[in-house]
Design a protein around this ligand. Structure first.
Ligand SMILES: Cc1cc2nc3c(=O)[nH]c(=O)nc-3n(C[C@H](O)[C@H](O)[C@H](O)COP(=O)(O)OP(=O)(O)OC[C@H]3O[C@@H](n4cnc5c(N)ncnc54)[C@H](O)[C@@H]3O)c2cc1C
Length: 456
């Protein structure tokens, strides 16, 4: 059987085409207009409507709910902070950075709680996060990251190679870190389920309705204006296409493949019984999950960035990227060298110049936004949604004091510098991974330089 390429994502394909909601028919006025029906937009709508049922809320979506990264991701519901805690601490103080980490840990349980009370079955299993090291430099970096996580209040256990392989039998694993603060889920089940809950609560979701411009108190579409006291931009990796935002967040691609369901005998060999999410410590890292129907879904960077911030082709993925990810499967699990790859897809995520996510709000213009999660948005979107609720309702809460509120990152360089820079960085990271795999004992100097240039 051939590999299905694109069609948005395997997760959506598994559920069948979504039944599209109506598009905006004519200009309208509401209290809050949210642009984008991914997790950021939907969590914001969910918490606002629950806190203030009389608010009129419209979500305006170009395609359908969950079309973006929210319906395509690796399904890691993790407590990783979307940004550098050191950087947040430098500007906002150490305690503020710690607080952000604590609230992210709590947000993992909050997503699980809401899914449960709202009856959203998203295959959630809180099996923790296992990150393996497969070389000596990777092990050094892993230990450094465990020490850093500890400092910020996110405890991780360190596992020996043997203990790591007893959990998930990754070829060549010499050690691992493990955190209980993580769960695996089915992204499309979560985002579509949340959209249904939000719509049932009285929020109107307009689909097939592109917003072409956002101004104070107004979002413009080809079918009319949505006027509102507050307009929330929740377009993450697609934001560069909106007027004035070209250099705000770089749209970075991430690609995934999924295997056919694997036989029990193969799972006996591999282990992976607890629903852990699995990652590694390479510079061009991989992320994976064992799905509820016993496949491996695995992702990595692919072609990281297209010239001029061009984003999406409905998830279509370059054949070379599919081959590379297939090779990762074979390297990690040699028994799967010839396994069928059923589906490949890609998506875009938003990367700020300093890699720090933000929630921004301006009462005077009514403009708000959240994003820039750099591939850690599944949990962060929930926290952002609750934070936007409090900011819009004028509540002063511990969420409105979070380090990422009204965080400003500088703009990306204009083209062609941006394209050249990002391409070179990823070539450098790949070279560093190759050099480390060939037996050096410390982190490659190429990667250290790339880290400094990229601002990571
Ligand atoms: C392949 C991949 C794997 C990932 N894996 C993980 C993971 O395992 N764990 C994790 O934490 N994070 C992961 N991420 C990141 C995570 O998915 C995102 O951070 C998160 O989903 C962002 O949600 P969002 O709602 O802000 O954006 P999106 O989900 O991208 O939603 C934005 C929405 O806005 C709509 N839109 C855009 N422009 C307009 C417009 N002009 N008018 C109207 N609507 C518009 C889009 O159609 C889209 O539906 C991954 C991302 C990708 C691409």
């Amino acid at each position: 059987m051939g590999t299905v390429n694109g069609v948005v994502s395997f997760w959506h394909a598994q559920l069948g085409p979504p039944v599209k909601r109506a598009r905006l028919a004519t200009s309208t006025s509401v209290d809050v207009c949210i642009v984008g029906a991914g997790l950021t937009g939907l969590w914001t709508a969910y918490y606002l409507k629950r806190a203030s049922p009389s608010l009129s809320i419209a979500v305006v979506e170009r395609e359908f709910a969950g079309f973006g990264a929210s319906g395509r991701n690796g399904g890691w519901l993790s407590a990783a902070v979307a940004g550098s805690l050191d950087r947040y601490a430098q500007r906002r103080g150490v305690e503020a950075a710690r607080h952000l980490q604590r609230t992210m840990i709590d947000a993992v349980d909050e997503v699980i709680r809401v899914a449960h009370v709202e009856g959203i079955d998203a295959d959630i299993v809180k099996g923790g996060v296992l990150r393996v090291a497969r070389s000596s430099p990777q092990l050094h970096r892993l230990r450094d990251s465990v020490a850093a996580a500890e400092r910020w209040g996110d405890p991780h256990a360190t596992l020996s190679g043997e203990a790591s392989r007893a959990r998930v039998n990754v070829e060549g694993a010499v050690g691992a870190s493990f955190s209980v603060n993580g769960a695996r889920l089915h992204p499309a089940k979560l985002v579509r389920g949340l959209a249904d809950v939000v719509a049932a609560s009285g929020v109107v979701i307009y689909e097939s309705t592109p917003v072409v411009e956002i101004r104070a108190h107004e979002a413009t579409t080809p079918f009319g204006e949505v006027r509102a006291q507050f307009v929330v931009r929740a377009t993450e990796g697609f934001s560069a296409a909106l007027p004035g935002l070209h250099r705000l967040w770089l749209p970075m691609n991430s690609s995934m493949i999924v295997t056919a369901p694997l036989a029990d005998a193969v799972w006996d060999e591999i282990g992976w019984r607890e629903g852990e999410t699995l990652g590694d410590s390479a510079h061009t890292f991989m992320y994976a999950q064992r799905t509820a129907d016993n496949r491996i879904a695995i992702g990595g960077r692919g072609v990281p960035y297209r010239y001029g911030s061009r984003t999406d082709r409905r998830g279509e993925t370059a054949p070379v990227t599919i081959r590379e990810l297939q090779q990762v499967v074979a390297d990690f699990f040699p028994a799967l060298r010839d396994v069928d790859i059923e589906h490949a897809w890609s998506g875009v995520l938003g990367v700020p110049r300093d890699w720090c996510a933000s929630v921004v709000f301006d009462r005077a213009t009514g403009l708000a936004a959240a994003g820039g999660y750099v591939g850690h948005g599944v949990t962060a979107t929930n926290l952002a949604g609750r934070t936007l609720r409090d900011l819009i309702l004028g509540r002063v809460s511990e969420l409105t004091q979070l380090a990422w509120v009204n965080w400003r990152s500088r703009k990306w360089e204009p083209e062609p510098l941006r394209w050249l820079g990002v391409r070179s960085l990823y070539l450098a990271y790949r070279a560093a991974d190759r050099s480390e795999a060939s037996g050096r004992s410390d982190t490659s100097r190429i990667a250290r330089v790339a880290d400094i240039i990229s601002g990571q």
